[in-house]
Design a protein around this ligand. Sequence first.
Ligand code: ATP
Ligand code: MG
Length: 325
Amino acid sequence: MLDVSNLSVRFGDAYALRDASLTVHPGDRIGVVGESGSGKSMLAQALMGMVPESASMSGILKIDGTEMTRATEAQWRALRARRVAMIFQEPLAALNPLRRVGTTVMEPLRTHLGLSRTQARARTLDLFEEVGLPDPEQRLAAYPHELSGGQRQRVLIALALACDPKLLIADEPTTALDAEVAQRITDLLVRLSRDRAMALMIISHDLQVVARATRQLLVMYGGDIVERGETRKILSAPFHPYTRGLLAARPRPQLARPVPGTKRPRLPTIPGHIPALVDLPAGCRFSGRCPAELSRCRTTRSTEFRTGTGLAACHLLNPAERSKS
Ligand SMILES: Nc1ncnc2c1ncn2[C@@H]1O[C@H](COP(=O)(O)OP(=O)(O)OP(=O)(O)O)[C@@H](O)[C@H]1O
Ligand SMILES: [Mg+2]
């Protein structure tokens, strides 16, 4: 349903996303991980046709067979919500504080699906029920500040589901929540994906969230997808030096165990700092920080090679390189 090849997003000469290729099928559950600034949100925004105006997009993005890279805003509006919907990274900013949450969810049902007020209200109640909001009737009239963080996230999920999307992208859906609520929201997303045969893409710093919720994993760094494959396999046997660094830096399980009332620890970063977009090396983005770097890494990008658990873009996997050493 989604066919992406060599999708790039540029600000001038700086790539925030470089040649991303992926295919999404109904019911797929894909995790996207990487340090801050690695291009995760940019990938999501590109798939939604919502890149900043100052950016230029290139490559191929086919949604249900229609090429969308050069689509107009009107074409996107017709497709968004019904095909691809998103839960944004800032849960509070996404809800209008002056509007009752019921009204917010009813709006797309009326404008996109042409439902009457009564129909939209009934449908919103169903959605609130589906996402596990307690007392849906009462919640319709609530303002965002009257709800807990978890409940607000459930409202946003209901809103994203309103037009029955085929792909739901959740950008850091649990970051603002404490550990227990985070787990329940994660499980809700998985259940919705199963019940609706809806593809799910979860962007997260939290490896426990992607481990729990997703079957495939994309690892991003510097705007590139550097490794991909089955989530479980990559987490237990990462290949790319970047992925290894990311996993080595993860909090130990006893530290990460949910403690009620606490935020989950964010993933610490790998030694070295992430260069600004314009200073990224032209070749492998991770060169300069990579402990296993070869001479050609800074200048030449590697194609993807099989790792045994999936694919990684790394010269270390190139048979020609291996025969040299
Ligand atoms: N409007 C913009 N103008 C210029 N650069 C931008 C703009 N928006 C994002 N970028 C750059 O694009 C790169 C990728 O950003 P992106 O938001 O996708 O990162 P991310 O992986 O989602 O990080 P985080 O985990 O912090 O959310 C970053 O280097 C960022 O500074
Ligand atoms: Mg982001």
